[in-house]
Design a protein around this ligand. Structure first.
Ligand SMILES: C[S@@+](CC[C@H](N)C(=O)[O-])C[C@H]1O[C@@H](n2cnc3c(N)ncnc32)[C@H](O)[C@@H]1O
Length: 243
C-alpha cells in the first residue's frame, strides 16, 4: 500500500524536528513540500533541509500554493495539488509532505488531506506532529500560555480584526499569527479592549532562523508602527486589566 506521511517540521530550528519525523524523511523516496510560488523556496524544506541525506537522492517536489484568499483559486489549488501529491505517492510507494510547525494549525496539509481521503482512499496516511510556533515562542520569551483557569486565544491577524475587541475581553492570553504588518492595528485594539499598559507583551519574527528578532516588553511600551514586519511573525500578550 502506498504511504504518505505529513510531517510537522517545527517553527524553524532543525534541531526541533522529532526523531520520528527524521525517520520518516529517511524512509521516503519522494519529499513533497509547499511553496508560495515557483521561484520561491519552500520554508518547510528549508527547515528540514539539514536533515535530508543527499546520498539518498530523494526526489523533491514543490507544490505551489499562491497567497490568496479567493475561495475559487484556493479550491482549485487544493484539488490540483492533492492530485499531484497522489501521483507522486502512488509512483514512489512512500512519500512525506513537509509543513512548518504542526500540520494541523493553519497549514496547507488539512485541505490536501480532505481531498486525498475522498479521491484516493487507497493511500495510507499518517501524520507526525511538530512543535507549533506558539509553543516555541512562549518558551523563548518565558511567558506562560495559560495558567489555572486562564483562557488562551489564537488569532490569525490577516482576517477580520474587528473581532479582536470581543475576543480580547474574553481571553487571558492572546497569540496573533500570520502577517506581522497587521500587528500595529492589533496593538491599538488590545489597548481599546482594556488590556492595561502593564500587560506583558512579546513580538517575534523568523524564530529559529539567522534572521530571528524578539522583543519582550509591555503593551504600553511597544511601538505601533509594525509596517516593516514580515509574514513569519508572532505576537503574544497576557491580560492585565485596566483599572
Ligand atoms: C501558515 S501559519 C503556519 C503555522 C504552523 N503550522 C505552526 O504550527 O506554527 C504561518 C504563521 O505561523 C507563524 N510562524 C510559524 N513559524 C514561525 C517562525 N519561525 N517565526 C515566527 N512566526 C512563525 C507566523 O505567524 C506565520 O505567519
Amino acid at each position: 500500500m502506498a504511504e504518505l506521511t505529513a510531517i510537522g517540521c517545527g517553527p524553524g530550528d532543525p534541531d526541533l524536528i522529532t526523531l520520528k519525523a527524521k525517520k520518516a524523511i529517511d524512509a521516503a523516496s519522494v519529499i513533497l513540500c509547499p511553496a508560495s510560488s515557483e521561484d520561491r523556496p519552500s520554508i518547510a524544506l528549508g527547515i528540514a533541509g539539514p536533515l535530508i541525506d543527499s546520498s539518498k537522492n530523494q526526489r523533491v517536489v514543490k507544490l505551489v500554493f499562491p497567497m490568496t484568499k479567493d475561495p475559487d483559486v484556493l479550491a482549485e489549488t487544493w484539488k490540483k495539488n492533492s492530485e499531484l501529491m497522489a501521483r507522486e505517492v502512488l509512483g514512489a510507494g512512500r512519500a512525506v509532505y513537509l509543513t512548518v510547525g504542526d500540520p494541523y494549525l493553519y497549514s496547507t496539509w488539512m485541505y490536501l488531506y480532505k481531498n486525498l481521503t475522498e479521491t484516493h482512499p487507497e493511500i495510507k496516511i499518517t501524520v507526525i506532529p511538530g512543535i507549533v510556533s506558539v509553543f516555541m515562542f512562549a518558551s523563548k520569551v518565558g511567558m506562560s500560555l495559560a495558567e489555572g483557569a486562564e483562557k488562551l486565544t489564537i488569532v490569525p491577524s490577516c482576517y477580520d480584526l474587528e473581532q479582536v475587541r470581543h475576543l480580547a475581553k474574553n481571553s487571558d492570553t492572546m497569540v496573533f499569527l500570520k502577517d506581522g504588518k497587521y500587528f500595529g492595528k492589533v496593538i491599538e485594539l488590545l489597548r481599546e479592549a482594556g488590556y492595561s499598559p502593564d500587560s506583558p507583551f512579546a513580538i517575534g519574527q523568523d524564530l529559529g532562523t539567522e534572521r530571528e528578532k524578539v522583543v519582550k516588553t509591555t503593551l504600553g511600551r511597544i511601538d505601533t508602527d509594525t509596517s516593516s514586519m514580515q509574514y513569519f511573525s508572532i505576537l503574544m500578550v497576557k491580560r492585565v486589566q485596566d483599572g
